[in-house]
Design a protein around this ligand. Structure first.
Ligand SMILES: *Cc1c(COP(=O)(O)O)cnc(C)c1O
Length: 375
């Protein structure tokens, strides 16, 4: 079977291999069978190993998109008498704030600019003012809306200094940027199979400290379906997910992990960087400007400012590229019109070279001047 290869430059789901796609085609199976259960234990170990956790870390799988892990961590890991502290500097950390509000959690929101590294002294001041009452500090590892990389290690150190756990949303960094939970002071991180491991949508996982999960047994149970301890306990007792798992997505994830280990952490990161260098080369050649300075970027997302040209039309250039197998994505910055090109998935620099040829032809057809203009 020949499957048309699309180049996805959106921030996940990303381009996958045919072997991962085909891994979903299996005989029908009841997920309560031993045969299916036997996939899960090694998968849980692999997911911990990706961020170099040892026996003191575990992974807990959920059926849902990446946001389910934000929900699970925030609602499950807060003791009754503690406050949540969220560093808010982008649309994904805003999502975390919204989750806290939906649960009515006592919240300390530290708002920071979206286009530059947060001010650690403000974070420390806030922790000092609330010493003893902060349950956890939460930050997004890589803000996928802008491409901003946060100072995770430093914020984690501050959280621990003031006696709080540290949670970071690594959904758009995990299995791409090398992460070490010990070096980076991470108690909890998370991801989704459709992003870093280059699998399918519908499976997400929290990787975190066992001792804290066990302690959270005594915390208020704020959700039935999205409770971390309950899902963890069920896994430990039975080796299964509590409720029906995304069967075919799990088969795809199993294959994706085989391919992850085969490529290797460093080589994979080098490939993503190669892709980003090719993206940046095209940005520079056509005269585009990015919303963020490169020295604060993750190297996985480029947020590009719309040019000032009356013929520029994002929808049109999107459709032009889409019809030719390339998917580009709108931005997520309120104050500025941007679009995004992301270096996720099974793509390499040659794909980006081809993409820029198509994109440039699209600009020509629209009558956009090259190099593009800014006022
Ligand atoms: C993709 C992503 C998520 C999950 O988003 P869904 O729409 O639920 O898949 C969460 N956090 C970050 C930083 C992400 O990039």
């Amino acid at each position: 079977m020949k499957i048309k290869r699309n180049i996805l430059l959106n921030p996940g789901p990303s381009t996958t291999t045919d072997t991962v796609k085909m891994a979903q085609v299996v005989s029908d199976i009841c997920p309560r069978e031993k045969e299916f259960r036997s996939i899960m234990a090694p998968m849980r170990k692999d997911l911990v190993k990706i961020v170099h956790g040892e026996e003191d870390y575990t992974s807990v799988l959920f059926c849902g998109s990446g946001t389910i892990c934000i929900d699970v961590c925030l609602n499950s890991l807060l003791a009754a008498d503690k406050k949540a502290m969220v560093i808010n500097n982008g649309s994904y950390s805003q999502r975390a704030v919204d989750v806290c509000k939906a649960y009515g959690l006592p919240l300390i929101e530290v708002k920071q600019p979206i286009d530059t590294t947060p001010d650690l002294s403000i974070i420390e001041e806030t922790l000092k003012e609330n010493e003893g009452s902060v349950g956890y500090v939460y930050i997004t590892y890589h803000e996928t809306g802008t491409g901003l990389l946060n100072p995770v290690k430093e914020v984690g150190a501050l959280a621990h200094k003031y006696g709080a756990f540290f949670i970071t949303d690594t959904t758009s960094a995990y299995a791409m940027i090398p992460i070490n939970v010990y070096d980076q002071n991470i108690d909890f991180c998370m991801a989704s199979a459709q992003k870093g491991i280059q699998g399918m949508t519908g499976l997400s996982y929290v990787v975190g400290k066992k001792s804290i999960i066990e302690e959270s047994k005594n915390y208020p149970m704020r959700s039935y379906y999205c409770n971390l301890y309950m899902q963890y306990e069920f896994f430990e007792k039975t080796g299964e997910m509590h409720f029906t798992p995304p069967v075919q997505t799990i088969y795809a994830a199993k294959q994706a992990l085989i391919e992850y280990w085969k490529e290797g952490e460093e080589k994979k990161w080098a490939r993503h960087q190669r892709v980003m260098n090719a993206i940046r080369a095209g940005v520079d050649r056509l005269g585009f400007k990015e919303a963020l300075n490169r020295d604060v970027q993750s190297g996985l997302v480029s947020a590009i400012t719309y040019p000032d040209d009356q013929n520029w039309d994002f929808e049109r250039i999107h459709d032009y590229c889409y019809e030719r197998g390339f998917t580009i994505y709108p931005g997520k910055i309120e104050s500025k019109s941007t679009f995004r090109l992301c270096a996720l998935g099974v793509i390499d620099e040659d794909d980006i070279v081809e993409f820029w040829k198509v994109f440039e032809a699209g600009l020509n057809e629209m009558g956009v001047a090259i190099p593009v203009k800014y006022e």
